[in-house]
Design a protein around this ligand. Structure first.
Ligand SMILES: Cc1ncc(COP(=O)(O)O)c(C=O)c1O
Length: 399
């Protein structure tokens, strides 16, 4: 049997599957695990979305090839939602493209714009599909370290000029997965100016725009005047509308960049199933109170977990957005994998070692707020019991 291509051999280390094997082993030993590893929303979509999907499934006209370009009504609904939510006007005919989950578009963008050996600037730690897309296209990743000292924003001025000139693409993601940091419009302005100066495509991933807390409303990068000259922005129905399994997202912004991506996609897929696009229209145009209620549920979960762990002596910052908590390793640990394994062994709580998202993540673990409040309370209680010495020895001494 021939070996997989070298580009495939470079891909992810499979930490998620490794963790799942260990989690299942624990379950077999009779331990009820609490899984805070995968960021898949546990809440259901609203009734009006499910109803739209059901009705469209009954319509026999919806079973032909949908085509990559997408339904005009879907793109119109996206443009209206962007105008209402961010006051960003979009031409639905040329500046909007549906994707099969934002992962699809993010993963294929490199194929549209990177020749073998071309450089892409990728946050480290970062959501893994940016790196995967770059590597699958034969590109080279230049990591942008996200560190606490810089509020987990990349220091654009620290990028060597020759790298910035050689690079073609830069990925950004705020609110961020995994570090749960946010960015304001000043930073986005700097990023747009940087992309213009160095002739870069700026790709912003806005998957978590609606999961924000304490009244905070994340901005769109396209709010920056002139951003559309260089930027595209991805959005996902997975988190905002709890439709992760439907595989629906969209990309908006620069027409030419979107056309490049559409050309790649039209050669390998036939678009998103029409009933799903129509359920998407129902989500975008329907009542949105429940989206805010969902955010309130995540906010309560955040408070239970972060307040609970901090009461044990841990020092974790409360995120303003996203569905994650980015926790520094307790005193005494230097490897995120080692701490995650210890935590699973001692408590049955599953978290993701930060190194799964890049080298810079190795001093942290990521916890996803995807279980109910009572289970988060239970997780805190178990950690408190298992790390009795941890709580007393680490107070005030976290890295
Ligand atoms: C930052 C970020 N971008 C994109 C995605 C992928 O979302 P989708 O389900 O739309 O492919 C995720 C999923 O967890 C994510 O965290």
């Amino acid at each position: 049997m021939p070996k997989t291509a070298e580009r495939v051999q470079q891909l992810g280390s499979g930490i998620f599957s490794e963790l799942d094997v260990l989690r299942k082993q624990k379950e077999q030993e009779g331990v009820k695990t609490i899984n805070l590893s995968i960021g898949s929303p546990d809440l259901p979509p609203a009734a009006h979305i499910k109803k739209a999907l059901q009705a469209e499934m009954d319509n026999s006209n919806n079973y032909g090839y949908p085509l990559t370009d997408g339904l005009p009504a879907f793109k119109e609904a996206v443009a209206q939602w962007y105008e209402k939510r961010f006051q960003v006007p979009l031409n639905p005919g040329t500046e909007v493209l549906p994707v099969m989950g934002s992962q699809d578009g993010l993963g294929h963008l490199g194929l549209a714009y990177l020749n073998p050996g071309d450089i892409a600037l990728v946050p480290d730690p970062g959501y893994p599909v940016y790196t995967a897309g770059v590597l699958l296209a034969g590109g080279v990743k230049y990591p942008l370290p996200l560190v606490a000292e810089n509020k987990f924003l990349p220091d654009l001025q620290a990028i060597p000029r020759e790298i910035a000139w050689a690079a073609k693409l830069m990925y950004l993601n705020y609110p961020n997965n995994p570090v749960a940091a946010i960015a304001d419009l000043d930073f986005f302005e700097e990023a747009v100016a940087f992309a213009k100066e160095y002739d870069l495509i700026l790709c912003h991933d806005l998957a978590y725009s609606e999961l924000a807390y304490d009244g905070y409303r994340p901005p769109s990068l396209l709010e920056v005047p002139g951003a559309k000259d260089v930027a595209i922005e991805f959005h996902s129905f997975s988190k905002t509308f709890c439709m992760a399994g439907c595989r629906l997202g969209f990309v908006v912004g620069n027409q030419e960049i979107i056309e490049g991506l559409a050309t790649v996609k039209s050669n390998i897929d036939f678009g998103v199933f029409k009933p799903i696009q129509k359920a998407g229209i129902a989500a975008l145009t329907g009542p949105d109170d429940w989206v805010k209620e969902n955010a309130a549920i995540y906010q309560r979960r955040r408070d239970i977990l972060v307040d609970g762990l901090n009461a044990l002596g841990w020092q974790i910052e409360k995120p303003k957005a996203s569905m994650f908590v980015w926790a520094p390793l307790p005193y005494g640990y230097t490897s995120s994998m080692q701490f995650s394994l210890d935590l699973l062994e001692k408590t049955g709580v599953v978290v993701v070692p930060g190194v799964a998202f890049g080298e810079q993540g190795d001093r942290y673990v990521r916890m996803a707020l995807v279980v109910e409040e009572n289970l988060l309370e239970e997780a805190v209680a178990r950690i408190g019991r298992a790390f009795a010495s941890f709580s007393s020895s680490v107070a005030g001494e976290l890295p």
